[in-house]
Write a protein that binds this ligand. Sequence first.
Ligand SMILES: Nc1ncnc2c1ncn2[C@@H]1O[C@H](COP(=O)(O)OP(=O)(O)O)[C@@H](O)[C@H]1O
Ligand SMILES: O=C(O)[C@H](O)[C@@H](O)[C@H](O)[C@H](O)COP(=O)(O)O
Length: 409
Amino acid sequence: MNDADRNALKREAAEAAVELVEDGMIVGLGTGSTAAFAVEALARRHRQGLRFVGIPTSERTAAQAKAAGIPLSSFAEHRQIDLTIDGADEVERGTLNLIKGLGGALLREKIVANASRRLAIVVDGVKLVDRLGTHAPVPVEVVAFGLEVTQAALKVFAAEVRPRLTPAGDLFVTDGGNRILDCHFAGPMADPARLEDRIRRVVGVVESGLFIGRADPVFVADGQGVHRLDSARAHRGRPPILVVMGVSGAGKSTVAKELAARLGWSFEEGDALHPEANVAKMHGGIPLTDADRQPWLESVAAWIDGQRAKKQPGIITCSALKRAYRRIVIGDRPEVRLVYLRGSRDVMAEHLAKRSGHFMPASLLQSQIDTLEEPGPDEDPLVVDVGPPVDQVAHEVIRQLGASATLPS
Ligand SMILES: Nc1ncnc2c1ncn2[C@@H]1O[C@H](COP(=O)(O)OP(=O)(O)O)[C@@H](O)[C@H]1O
Ligand SMILES: O=C(O)[C@H](O)[C@@H](O)[C@H](O)[C@H](O)COP(=O)(O)O
């Protein structure tokens, strides 16, 4: 993708986030090329009559906002920010944990984020990753004194720790007068929350660029448009309901039961909700039509609505191979999280061979694979690879669920 295309996406994401700004708000202004588009859009809305004041996260952003005519304020006047709009370097799917700070503004950004009721993050699709640490290092802001000692202490967690330099080769100095150590990891991060905690305890560290459990929502722009990803906090007070989907043999029943046991949530086998006529057809080897599936999918939706009415979390399996089926099952139910069990054809075939003791006709699995429309980013699925053993698959779902998994049953 060229820069112009990428900038167009950044602009789209930024403009979607700016829609959240309402009259009279105190708005945190982020830093970076994507956040700059948000500042631009905010300036336009200001000219159109929207009243708000901005609190910038860097000298750079302050200069841009001032030049664009946005009234600025500070913590001296306002302790609480209503909404901050900022960029990020990586966003982890599911948890919405972030890496920030490649531009060096992480400390002020974290202070502003912490003082904000909501932190809206704007990124282009390239930055959405399954695990943090995929492309970006974790920037850590440290005091200048003892830089070498702090660097050595951080080396315990990271594969490599490099002081950030300016293009001229000098040590980069932040707006707070500190230095930055970029921590590179050998592979994706297993537990960013724990890492953030450990980094924070190193003497000499001012703050890390790991933003855990803060983003809500994230606007991601890719070739298909802008998608809004809501954090677990959006489900607060509304117990989550998982729809575990995938082709036959993906492990829906096995993984869903394991999740139900670990989380203590109600479980329902979606296939048990087929009307009798469908069961008879399936026994007779007659393929179901979409008309046959309609009442079944409505029953799945009804089970979900039952859990919602009781304010109980739950887990239900449903192959939900087509987008149209998922629309019936999920509809406009904000509690529902789609869990997509993804794997290669060979892995599915291996699973099925184990279940039935003999190979399932390849054609049957093939027809499921042919029918499958993988969930798109707009459906905000948790995507989990089913290659590893069941306990690891379940563990990964719970990890991606983040704070939603800790809701009481
Ligand atoms: N991750 C996995 N690794 C190994 N075997 C698995 C895994 N997930 C499921 N299985 C096995 O594969 C078979 C099919 O799983 P099942 O849960 O019935 O799939 P589905 O409900 O998606 O059709 C079962 O025998 C199950 O024990
Ligand atoms: O430390 C900073 O200055 C940055 O603000 C950083 O946290 C920013 O959000 C990303 O670097 C995204 O920047 P882009 O939008 O330019 O990619």
